[in-house]
Design a protein around this ligand. Structure first.
Ligand SMILES: C=C(O[C@@H]1C=C(C(=O)O)C=C[C@H]1O)C(=O)O
Length: 412
């Protein structure tokens, strides 16, 4: 049986927050009738979401009526608001509804929940990304507080959104978050404080700044864009956070002591151990840092012909690198198609690819005909590669995929 038949109602509390808005959007796209509430007014609501201005800690008649029909209640609010609102909301919620909370820290809420006279299924989720990013392919921690089929059904829904769901207990969640969030945020905040208290001016420093400094500043910039409570709860509410900060302090003290005692060899040993323990099994991070650093040092806007040409050369490098990456994936698709006996030629997918790219190209005023020309060549090459691997009779792309290539001159 489908736990959430099409048109089931979802209510998102905190719909103007980034996670609330993301979940409202995703639920609407999965066929839910979504109502969002928020204390704050905002100009834009997520598409296909009805937004009410309401206070979840004091549900008015309109909110109580929505609650009575709600199958999934999402609470994308701070722990303080959540524990104030829940006792007011639960009496109006059907007994077979699912509650989903999005707190950054789970064990204090788990302890609070254990004392509540609720019967509803409760699932904690913690998306490991801000809600303004595309969720597909990103990790999400799921913490089912009570075994319930409805929580499993919601986890299935998250997987349909192509989230990489990792299920944890509240204690496991918080232990991991101390390492994944407390330590990183503390390091970035300490960097920011040190910089802010320095007598050196940031503008002057930025002229000279190497990529790691720019990356640290970018991380700090990101932290200033979210609500401070998000970061406060990560530092203050996680029972593992104090220990994590102490470890960071100790590590810094060890570095300081080592330098003070001129322990050059110890420094070598430590860095070699880090390389062996952490990076040896994850060499792709070396490449990631190279790509981030390349990206973050944007060269100045060109103003001479050689400078324009150098900029174009760099973009051509990227085009070729990306084409190579696309082609490498095609090789894998070919292998997959051979073992699963899937036809090489997929006219629906071809149409989807070309139309997506035409829409994307509109952002840059790229003509649809150019996109069709380019993708005719790229997909023909892809099909050629796949046929070489898969074997069997070949079908011509243009004949099978005529609707994708409608522009004059492309279909010849
Ligand atoms: C890569 C695939 O195979 C072919 C190549 C395509 C491409 O290059 O995008 C699209 C459709 C297929 O005919 C696929 O099926 O996705």
């Amino acid at each position: 049986m489908n736990a959430f038949p099409p048109g089931s109602r979802a209510l998102v509390v905190g719909v103007h927050g980034s996670i609330g808005a993301m979940l409202a959007r995703q639920l609407a796209s999965s066929g839910f009738r979504v109502t969002g509430i928020d204390l704050a007014r905002a100009d834009a609501a997520p598409a296909n979401v009805t937004v009410l201005q309401a206070d979840a800690t004091r549900p008015d008649a309109a909110l109580r009526q929505v609650l009575g029909e709600t199958r999934i209640l999402v609470l994308a609010v701070s722990q303080h608001v959540l524990t104030q609102a829940l006792p007011q909301l639960l009496p109006h919620l059907p007994a077979d509804a699912l509650l989903v909370e999005t707190l950054s820290i789970k064990s204090p809420f788990a302890a609070w929940l254990a004392d509540q006279p609720t019967t509803q299924a409760v699932l904690g989720i913690n998306p490991m990304f801000s809600g303004d990013l595309d969720p597909a392919g990103r990790p999400l921690a799921a913490v089912p507080y009570r075994d319930a089929p409805l929580a499993d059904a919601f986890i299935d829904l998250l997987r349909q959104w192509r989230l990489d769901v990792v299920t944890l207990t509240p204690a496991q969640h918080d232990e991991a978050m101390a390492m994944l969030q407390t330590v990183g945020h503390s390091a970035v905040l300490a960097f920011g404080q040190t910089l802010a208290r320095s007598p050196l001016a940031l503008d002057a420093l930025l002229r000279l700044a190497p990529p790691p400094f720019r990356v640290m500043l970018a991380l700090l910039a990101r932290m200033t864009q979210n609500h401070p409570d998000v970061y406060w709860e990560i530092q203050a509410d996680n029972p593992c956070s104090a220990d994590a900060r102490r470890r960071l302090l100790n590590a810094l003290a060890t570095l300081d002591d080592g330098v003070a005692s001129d322990d050059h060899a110890g420094f070598h040993t430590a860095l070699t151990a880090l390389k062996e323990d952490l990076i040896a099994d994850h060499p792709d991070y070396v490449d990631t840092s190279r790509r981030i650093f390349e990206f973050i040092n944007q060269p100045p806007a060109p103003d001479t012909l050689p400078a324009f040409r150098a900029a174009i050369d760099r973009i051509d490098d990227q085009l070729i690198d990306l084409l190579g990456q696309r082609q490498a994936l095609i090789g894998q698709v070919a292998h997959f198609k051979k073992t699963s006996q899937t036809p090489v030629m997929q006219p629906n997918r071809v149409l989807e690819v070309v139309q997506r790219c035409k829409t994307r190209g509109q952002r840059w005023h790229l003509r649809g005909e150019l996109i069709e020309q380019l993708y005719r060549l790229i997909i023909e090459e892809a099909c050629h590669i796949e046929y070489e691997h898969v074997g069997g009779p070949r079908e011509p792309l243009l004949q099978r995929s005529a609707p994708a290539f409608q522009s004059a001159g492309v279909n010849e």
